[in-house]
Design a protein around this ligand. Structure first.
Ligand SMILES: Nc1nc2c(c(=O)[nH]1)N[C@H]1C(S)=C(S)[C@@H](COP(=O)(O)OP(=O)(O)OC[C@H]3O[C@@H](n4cnc5c(=O)[nH]c(N)nc54)[C@H](O)[C@@H]3O)O[C@H]1N2
Ligand SMILES: Nc1nc2c(c(=O)[nH]1)N[C@H]1C(S)=C(S)[C@@H](COP(=O)(O)OP(=O)(O)OC[C@H]3O[C@@H](n4cnc5c(=O)[nH]c(N)nc54)[C@H](O)[C@@H]3O)O[C@H]1N2
Ligand code: SF4
Ligand SMILES: [Mo]
Length: 696
């Protein structure tokens, strides 16, 4: 008889609740939780392929210590004692000689981030960073500049919306299951989807209206939409009068940005722009201008993301049913907060961050996440001080930071690279010691606080015992800390100790998760009162169109629009993105997923392809200002704007023991220049121009 274990998927970061059927200590089936609205049993292809990851012999199976040059693939098997001693001894030496700040720790935000941050505070380093800036850092800053809340505190009420407008938010491929199901249900009831992208993605094929915009010009479109909304008084006047400041300044600013002006810049007919403004206004406030998930496209990203949030503000859709809402946590239902080890008292850290986050380089970026795109610079220039060690936990600096050749060169200078990994990633292969983590089906993690309209708690429980000699990261970090005489900050032995600590002020017990794998903290959706109760966290308590956060840092709220130049003949803007079958850089070697999408292809329009003599299905070579990097199969298609090419992120891998994806496709990170939106904080991942030539 199979046993059912409630857990949380981790084949990507969306964290769908799952039911895992287990027999004889093996997983026989995984499906989405049937108890959670929007999920109702569903799982995506990647979630199903968790089984293949579990049984994969091409993943690290025991701790390993490097014996040859970095990246040469010469290793010896080590016991956990030996590997942890190795990491701890090196860290101790480095900290003694250079101070705690010379250690940096990068991770994709995860359920145990409070423990990783505890580790860094304990060793006296301010340098914990997450993937956030590389993903949606500019969206984060845009939200803070207007509402005082960061983007993780904001959600979208897909189920009740009447019109959603998405700008390259390719939801049906770069997917999240519950939002997709909720949106599809809303569309069955008549909700409209407008989709804007220089490329016909799967989401475009589901839309009621699709615009193939000129790449990089969405901001011009939005200024024209705002112009129309204000000129025709299409906005929600009652909401705007109560909650929005700076309307007169906005009106004066958008005056010259007419739909006719935007038509020339974007390629979208003026009459259609006006029609969209009117159509969305008809269903306000149940309208969403999607602010984007990956907000790392262009160097003026902050202004695009602000313009999207401003459109929502004008429609009165911030804190509205069918619009955007602020996520409510435990406090909103009168409960104590979830316990975090990082809230303990630590010795004071006086060193500044290594990456200029929240300081001189990125004055208003979110320094609780940092700016990883500064890693190579900081190491090479020892600015502001020498960096000697990197701990990479569930983060891949060699594929996820632009100009990855520069990152690799910089990493060479380090005295220690530790990889806590489940795959032979590029960074694991380049590390000095690999500490293999048990995969999500083999381990339990900290409880998840799911803030939202109806806050709840979810749990990742261990489904089966580890297939190999691996451990969970929360234990690995504690065991390194103990060796550094810092064990007092990790007052737990088992996952139950962690759970009990997390739950102690919440009035919830571990047994409460038994029935469904989650604990609902309320069954009523909590929306604040639109007349008087919306808690904006700006100094004025309003949505600040003229942002005090930005203006105080010397950044204008409304700088003049800079036209986007047409790329010179033979050059293309390189756009990158995701597909439904892969997670970023993690799954390309998965037995099942590598069969679905084995390599990436370069989408190119037939017009320019013909001029360059590029044939569909033939291989081409790519060059950016960083050099000639990579070979990729051409996909010649009308479905992309002639100024751009497109490729999937995550390919072009160089680790030979990942036999299924070794050297398949090209790496976007090798071609992308490291250019950032200095205001918002994100690197501009779609800004680089590339040249293409057929491979002889
Ligand atoms: N060039 C380029 N860079 C990008 C992007 C891009 O499109 N192009 N996209 C950006 C975006 S939106 C994001 S969110 C980031 C994502 O950047 P990353 O977080 O670096 O990417 P992921 O693929 O999510 O995971 C990183 C590593 O985690 C490992 N891993 C997976 N599961 C586990 C686990 O359970 N435990 C441990 N210890 N490790 C695990 C994987 O093997 C992988 O090597 O990249 C950003 N950077
Ligand atoms: N299957 C799968 N789903 C995922 C993930 C995953 O790795 N795999 N990752 C998750 C994460 S961390 C993130 S951040 C999200 C990302 O979610 P999205 O941001 O929706 O995903 P991307 O694939 O990066 O899509 C970028 C799209 O922007 C378009 N684009 C490029 N330039 C422009 C432009 O100038 N204007 C407009 N309007 N569009 C442009 C590209 O053609 C592409 O279709 O996906 C999440 N969901
Ligand atoms: S979207 Fe797919 S891979 Fe991501 S958590 Fe959900 S089921 Fe897992
Ligand atoms: Mo992301």
């Amino acid at each position: 008889m199979a046993n059912k274990v409630y857990s949380i998927c981790f084949m990507c970061t969306v964290r769908c609740p799952i039911e895992v059927l287990v027999a004889n200590d093996d997983v026989v089936w995984i499906q989405g939780s049937r108890h959670v609205a929007g999920i109702e049993g569903a799982l995506c292809a990647k979630g199903s392929a968790g089984l293949a990851l579990l049984h994969d012999h091409e993943r690290p199976q025991y701790p390993m210590i490097r014996t040859g040059p970095r990246g040469a693939g010469q290793w010896r098997r080590a016991s956990w004692e030996e590997a942890l001693d190795y990491a701890a001894d090196k860290l101790r030496e480095i900290i003694q000689e250079h101070g705690g700040q010379s250690v940096v720790f990068g991770e994709r935000t995860n359920l145990n981030t409070h423990i990783s941050k505890t580790f860094m505070k304990a060793i006296g380093s301010p340098n914990h960073f997450t993937h956030d800036a590389l993903c949606k850092g500019s969206v984060n800053t845009a939200f803070r500049s207007l509402t005082g809340h960061a983007d993780p505190q904001v959600g979208i009420d897909y189920a009740n919306t009447r019109h959603i407008v998405m700008y390259g938010r390719n939801l049906f491929e770069a997917l999240e299951i519950a939002p997709i199901n909720n949106l599809l249900k809303a569309m069955e009831k008549g909700a409209k989807l407008t989709y804007i992208d220089p490329r016909v993605s799967v989401t475009a094929t589901k839309a009621d209206r699709y615009w193939m915009i000129r790449p990089g010009t969405d901001l011009a479109l939005n200024y024209a939409l705002i112009h129309t909304v204000l000129k025709e008084r299409l906005y929600d006047a009652e909401y705007v009068n109560r909650w929005v400041s700076g309307l007169a300044e906005l009106q004066a600013f958008v005056e010259p940005y007419t739909p006719e002006w935007a038509e020339k810049e974007t390629g979208i007919p003026a009459a259609e722009i006006v029609a969209l403004a009117r159509e969305t206004a008809e269903v306000k406030p149940k309208v969403v201008f999607h602010y984007g998930y990956r907000g790392a496209h262009h160097a003026n990203e902050i202004y695009l993301r602000r313009s999207l949030i401003i459109l929502n503000a004008l429609m009165g859709s911030i804190e509205a049913q069918g619009g955007l809402f602020f996520k409510k946590g435990a406090a909103a239902v009168g409960r104590g907060d979830i316990g975090k080890y990082v809230s303990q008292e630590f010795p004071k850290i006086s060193a500044p961050r290594f990456d200029g986050s929240g300081a001189e380089v990125f004055p208003i970026a979110d320094s609780s996440h940092g700016n990883p795109q500064m890693l190579a610079y900081a190491i090479m220039h020892e600015d502001p001080y020498p960096i000697k060690a990197l701990i990479a936990n569930r983060f891949e600096p060699l594929q996820s930071i632009p100009d990855s050749a520069a990152v690799r060169r910089a990493l060479d200078k380090l005295d220690l690279i530790v990889a806590i990994e489940v795959n032979y990633s590029e960074i694991a292969w380049y590390a000095d010691v690999i500490l293999p983590e048990s995969i999500y089906l083999e381990r339990a993690d900290s409880i998840q606080m799911v803030s939202g309209l109806r806050p709840s708690l979810r749990i990742r429980q261990q489904a089966v015992s580890p297939r190999y000699d691996t451990k969970p990261a929360w234990l690995i970090l504690k065991e390194i800390a103990q060796r550094l005489d810092l064990g007092q900050y990790f007052p737990y032995e088992t996952i139950e100790d962690i759970w009990n600590f997390q739950l102690k002020d919440m009035g919830v017990k571990i047994e409460d998760f038994d029935a469904k794998g989650f604990v609902s903290l309320t069954d009523k959706a909590i929306l604040w009162d639109r007349k008087d109760g919306i808690k904006f966290k700006t100094p004025s308590g309003k949505i600040e169109l003229v942002s005090s956060l930005m203006e105080n840092a010397g950044f204008p709220s409304f700088p003049e629009y800079q036209p986007v130049a047409v790329p010179p003949e033979g050059h293309f803007r390189m756009m990158v993105g995701r597909c439904a079958a892969h997670t970023h850089v993690s799954t390309q070697n998965n037995v099942l997923l590598s069969e679905l999408v084995p390599e990436n292809e370069l989408w190119i329009n037939p017009g320019p392809a013909g001029k360059l003599g590029i044939k569909d299905g033939a291989y081409v070579e790519l060059a950016s200002p960083l050099g000639t990097n990579g070979r990729i199969k051409a996909k010649v298609t009308e479905f992309i704007h002639p100024e751009a090419v497109f490729m999937l992120h995550g390919f072009g891998k160089t680790v030979p023991v990942q036999t299924r994806c070794y050297q398949k496709g090209a790496s976007d990170a090798l071609l992308q220049e490291n250019v950032s939106d200095k205001v918002g904080g994100s690197p501009a991942l779609d800004e680089t121009l590339v040249q293409i030539r057929p491979v002889k």
